[in-house]
Design a protein around this ligand. Structure first.
Ligand code: GLA
Length: 386
């Protein structure tokens, strides 16, 4: 992103100069899907696409934000923030001011500009990146001293309680913590995490993102529904004398197969099998065994499609094509599903061919034209004083 262009735009809109520029990345999740809110394991990595937030303090309590990608401005008082659903992007920003106030951090008025290059609503976590870029910028501007994990949790709280999306911690966590060429293993119960190097160059591999450009209308309510189904499944396990998801094994729940509600059984089986796959993926990455990693990606997709039911035909196409294409080691949907994006682990010299062929296939099927592009694994949130 051309920072000097953003600074110029800020000056044009506000007739003042910004004091800082903060940015935060989107992410891919390599494996561990719909496990974060089930207090299991995830393995996300930050990508090179980011949201930028430029800000300068004002003498009053007014918040003025210019969203450059939309050519729109909002303004509201930094005190007593109430929900308004007028613009989608506005809700995420207001949510951050709301969560700060609720946690006794009181920012004053600001002029702010946001813009970015993460495709919105594509399952690459543009919303977490927006939240994190804003909270990180405000933290520096007003010297709150918020620790990184607390920052991720506050952003998640804003999304859960203000935006109404009952997401887990994964997206905000990786947007704060991400590092170049590193995936992060996060235990969502203890919040312990470990850096897992991604030595893709050793096998000339690239992660491609396949943005289906499809978004199901009901994705938020379906997401929240999965969350309540999986907690109902976990309650059932506990009432049958089996520990919750973290203590149970697939063998243990196998014994409940006949008596348990079929849908809840499948939800539980996904969570348990996906947690196992994350652990195996870490082992595979430790050994640079990308063939094994790829197989786990395929298995993850099958489980998300059949047991958790969050896939869609467009993302199944990515999986099916990935299985057949020589030079693709694994492919799966990434993020919440219900449309959005998938990832494919592909030999670097085959990425062009892969892209051409899958675009043709999508067209033959009459699907919306997807976007396919390579991602670099990049750093997390950062802020610089101007
Ligand atoms: C979305 C949520 C995350 C996580 C994924 C599914 O990205 O924001 O918290 O639940 O879906 O793994």
């Amino acid at each position: 992103m051309d920072e000097s262009r953003l600074i110029k735009k800020f000056e044009e809109v506000f007739h003042s100069t910004p004091e800082l520029i903060s940015s935060a990345p989107g992410r891919i999740n390599i494996i561990g899907e719909h496990t974060d809110y089930n207090l299991g394991y995830v393995l996300p990595a930050a990508i090179h696409m980011r949201i930028y937030f430029l800000a300068g303090r004002r003498d009053d309590d007014l918040i003025r934000i210019w969203a450059d990608d939309f050519g729109e401005e909002i303004s509201f008082s930094s005190r007593n923030i109430t929900t308004s659903w007028a613009h989608h992007w506005e809700t995420y920003i207001k949510g951050i001011f709301w969560v700060l106030e609720r946690n006794k951090f009181f920012p004053g008025g600001i002029n702010g500009l946001v813009c970015g290059d993460i495709p919105i609503g594509s399952g690459l976590s543009s919303s977490a990146a927006l939240e994190v870029s804003v909270i990180n910028g405000l933290d520096m501007l007003f010297q709150f001293g918020i620790a990184p994990m607390q920052m991720a949790k506050l952003a998640q709280q804003a999304e859960n309680d203000f935006v109404g999306m009952k997401c887990g911690l994964m997206d905000q966590f990786i947007s704060v913590f991400g590092k170049e060429n590193i995936a992060f293993f996060l235990d969502c119960l203890s919040l312990d995490f470990k850096q897992i190097p991604l030595r893709l160059h050793r096998d000339d591999l690239t992660f491609l993102v396949y943005d289906s450009c499809v978004k199901r209308e009901l994705s938020r309510s379906e997401y929240n529904r999965r969350r309540s189904e999986s907690s109902a499944a976990e309650r059932y396990l506990k009432s049958s004398g089996i520990p919750g998801f973290r203590g149970a094994t697939q063998d243990m729940i196998q014994g409940l197969r006949e008596q348990m509600d079929k849908l809840l059984y499948r939800r539980a089986r996904h969570v348990l099998s996906e947690n196992e796959r994350v652990q195996l993926a870490i082992q595979a990455l430790h050994n640079d065994d990308f063939l094994a990693l790829g197989q786990l990606l395929f298995q993850s997709h099958e489980s998300l499609r059949d047991d958790y039911e969050v896939s869609c035909p467009e993302l199944d196409l990515l999986y099916e094509f990935g299985m057949e294409f020589s030079g693709c080691l694994g492919s799966r949907l990434t993020g919440a599903g219900f449309g959005g994006s998938g990832i494919a682990l592909v030999k670097t010299n085959k990425t062009d061919l892969f892209t051409r062929e899958i675009l043709d296939l999508a067209q033959e099927k009459g699907y919306r034209k997807p976007r396919v592009f390579p991602v670099r694994i990049d750093k997390g949130a950062k802020t610089s004083i101007l």
